[in-house]
Design a protein around this ligand. Structure first.
Ligand code: NAD
Length: 255
């Protein structure tokens, strides 16, 4: 929140904006939902995990809704319930560990479905509302493990996140003259519950943690809150001239 010195009251950078986001029950999605609400947005936080999602109900400005982003019918129903939307933040994604040889067809299909098709479905459902309003802002979650950087054991994951960059640029180019902008966020390694699960699921979690930390030039992971602050900027009018960008936040990992 910034101080409005003329009025002597606090003004949020997202005052009055309606923001819909997916995968908001934990990690970057949860941190972003809270950061958006603190800046005055009316947040509709969605996730497949109902019990975890309910933790957000205590925050003023946040309402929650269960949504599985792989289900077109659920998405279309949800979109029909939302009157106005200023910002759509597509967060949901899954990290598959392994090379192409470790990636079975079912793994490929699962990741493509959750990481890419979900964004196609969400944008297709909400973009017509934005076009009718003559304004809209879409933020997609990508990663530096994509077309930006080759990362070991991230084959299908990187393929999906590169697709997200392509989708982002395409939507930005197609609708720029109709008041729509579209960017994506490309984090490095972020300390979230799924990162901790990935570390714990390895044969030697201590070694896995060391390996993850060794690849950080800063010697630490990003926090979900740090990534959320970048998302506040992208969601706000401060970034009004920014569109079609894969915005990197990786502590220099991809340098
Ligand atoms: P996370 O993986 O810890 O949480 C993911 C959330 O997605 C959970 O709340 C889960 O319930 C929800 N979810 C799973 N399937 C769903 C579905 N079908 N419909 C709706 N919700 C569903 O969160 P995270 O680590 O913050 O990752 C969020 C996004 O950020 C992902 O797209 C991820 O690829 C990306 N990302 C993460 C990192 C990282 O290091 N954590 C780095 C770069 C990019």
């Amino acid at each position: 929140m910034s101080l409005d010195r003329t009025a002597g009251s606090t003004m949020g950078r997202l005052d009055g904006k309606v923001i819909v986001l997916t995968a908001a029950a934990q990690g970057i999605g949860q941190a972003s939902a809270i950061a958006f609400a603190k800046e005055g947005a009316k947040v509709i936080a969605t996730d497949i995990n109902e019990s975890k999602l309910q933790e957000l109900e205590n925050y003023p400005g946040i309402q929650t809704r269960v949504l599985d982003v792989t289900k077109k019918r659920q998405i279309d129903q949800f979109a029909s319930e939302v009157d106005r939307i200023d910002v759509l933040f597509n967060v949901a994604g899954f990290v598959h560990h392994g090379t192409i040889l470790d990636c079975e067809e079912k793994d490929w299909d699962f990741s493509m479905n959750l990481n890419v098709r979900s964004m196609y479905l969400m944008i297709k459902a909400f973009l017509p509302k934005m076009l009718a309003q003559k304004s809209g802002n879409i933020i997609n979650m990508s990663s530096v493990a994509s077309s930006i950087k080759g990362v070991e054991n991230r084959c299908v994951y990187s393929a999906t996140k590169a697709a997200v960059i392509g989708l982002t640029k395409s939507v930005a180019a197609d609708f720029i003259q109709q008041g729509i902008r579209c960017n994506c966020v490309c984090p490095g390694t972020v300390d979230t519950p799924s990162l901790q699960e990935r570390i714990q699921s390895r044969d030697d979690p201590k070694e896995a943690l060391k390996a993850f930390l060794n690849r950080q030039k800063t010697g630490r992971f990003a926090s979900a809150e740090e990534v959320a602050l970048l998302c506040v900027y992208l969601a706000s009018d401060e970034s009004a001239y920014v569109t079609g960008n894969p915005v990197i936040i990786d502590g220099g990992w991809s340098l």
